[in-house]
Design a protein. Sequence first.
Length: 280
Amino acid sequence: MLIHRDIPGLRAALGPWRARSARIALVPTMGALHDGHLSLVAAARAAAEVVVVSIFVNPTQFGPNEDLSRYPRDEAGDLAKLRDAGCDLAWLPTVNAMYPEGSATFVEVRGVSEGFEGAIRPGHFSGVATVCTKLFLQTGADVAAFGEKDWQQLQVVRRAARDLDIPVRILPVPTMREADGLALSSRNRFLSAEERAKAPLLYAALRRAAARIVAGEAAGAVLAEEDAVLRGEGFVPDYLALVEAETLRPLDILSPGCTARVIAAARLGTVRLLDNIPLD
Ligand code: PAF
């Protein structure tokens, strides 16, 4: 597995693959890799001949009061996992390689990035869209794999690639869960034992809500009930919402033919849990 940390090195390494028109799949990550990330690598592996995994804790997607400094980092462990997973090239840009002195260009995605996470974390999706755009252009990836767990992020990145005519296919990969239903996340390690035992209740609430909405109940009342259940268990929900899957437009009832998702974010102690479920 090749490892590169600057753009000239990356370009030189990708050159021979490009010369023989090998398809390149990118898996963008911020490291602290778990089995969910490795499922993205496996999906990338199945989609292309060359797999590039980026590890970059992107400062522009963290707000001033967010956890950039406490974001978990384990470069040696991550590289060992990537070697085992069959990654061809690990792209580990330094902050200076990604944002050289004087960088002044950002990608803003309107509409889909404005509600939910975008409203709670101003600037977050601009940071995500900017770094993903740069990663697509740096690697020239044909395919890029993103987890469905960060549903709004997936839609923002897809919109940005489409709007900027970047010829990358965004490959969504289903959320990996623990046996009790908790979605895998790098932040789960910060849950106390008691919080970890309660954390799967978020997915349980989503499943109950989805079943009732599919059966014809109005989302507003169902989600208000589930919000109260979660609060009773010690969660502080930021939102629980039925949305149109691609645009994130809020919905109250499911209309025939509409692809929808219930999305949620809730704090449990100091950890923010995100999850979502399809209503197919
Ligand atoms: O989901 C993540 O880990 C990050 O938001 C991403 C897509 C790697 C961009 O920094």
